[in-house]
Design a protein around this ligand. Structure first.
Ligand code: DGL
Length: 277
């Protein structure tokens, strides 16, 4: 008997029209959303800030995994997202493998501290990595560092409290902590053995970039992950024919914390005058 001929149908327009889910423990993921919107201006996004449970960095893997899995389910059920961007290094390190295993049909993009770009950029061969305690102690980060053995020396500085200070927009505390942690990394400069590259290994830290620049001077390179993550998201959507050619570029905000604070951060950092959902 002839087998029925089958043909691969393109994804329904409705699939392409669905939003991309983006989440973080708080406002830090807005630094990733900023890059996503610039790379994918026609896409719609729903941004979830888990500020009611932040910060993640000092809470341990089990907690972060539980929150990440619950948020993914919520974004799928409430918003029918077509892809998920984990805009948080800590949540990626703890939960990306679980999210991919639980949602095999959902493209999932994670973020990791930009060690590879830093190894390529540093001229002195020395870079500092500022990140949460959770990220730096994770097996995933250990493997990443190991894969670059011999290519650069990395000084690791867990920055307890810094994401929370940025989340609260407490500028004096942000300044004090940036000073404390860059001193701890010691010693920045372009001479032999000095650190000439600073990896901002938490998505909150790009919002303190001006403070770091002021403290370290213009010759120190700051490296973040927004643009590569946005390009990777485009590649994944393209490969699955899920790019939205004519969406509205809308962003919907959801939070388990203070909606006004999230709307204020979105206005301040992304120029988005959106009403909190
Ligand atoms: N923004 C997050 C990250 O990239 C986590 C900050 C936190 O909640 O501690 O790791």
């Amino acid at each position: 008997m002839d087998r029925p001929s089958s043909k691969v149908l393109p994804p329904a327009a409705a699939d392409r029209d669905r939003p991309i889910g983006v989440f973080d423990s708080g406002v830090g993921g807005l630094s990733i959303l900023r890059a996503l919107r610039s790379e994918l201006p026609d896409e719609d996004f729903v941004y979830f800030s888990d500020a009611g449970h932040a910060p993640y960095g000092e809470k341990g893997d089990e907690f972060v995994c539980d929150r990440s899995l619950a948020i993914a389910v919520d974004l799928l059920e409430q918003h029918r997202i077509k892809a998920l961007v984990i805009a948080c290094n800590t949540a990626t390190a703890a939960a990306v493998h679980l999210l991919r295993a639980q949602h095999t049909n959902l493209p999932v993009v994670g973020v990791e501290p930009a060690l590879k770009p830093a190894a390529a950029l540093t001229k002195t061969g020395h870079a500092a990595v500022l990140a949460t305690r959770g990220t730096l102690s994770s097996a995933k980060f250990g493997a990443l560092r190991e894969s670059l053995r011999g290519q650069a020396e990395f000084v690791l500085v867990p920055c307890d409290g810094l994401a929370a200070a940025i989340e609260a927009d407490d500028q004096p505390l942000v300044r004090e902590l940036c000073r404390r942690y860059t001193r701890e990394a010691c010693c920045f400069g372009s001479g032999p053995g000095e650190i000439d590259t600073l990896v901002l290994g938490c998505t909150h830290y790009p919002f303190a970039a001006e403070v770091f620049r002021e403290l370290l001077g213009p010759e120190i390179q700051l490296v973040e992950t927004g643009e590569p993550v946005a390009r990777q998201t485009r590649r994944l959507l393209e490969a699955q024919e899920l790019l939205n050619p004519a969406g509205g570029g809308r962003v919907e905000f959801r939070t388990s914390g203070n909606a006004e604070a999230l709307a204020g951060a979105a206005r301040r950092w992304l120029g988005l005058g959106l009403e909190p959902a």
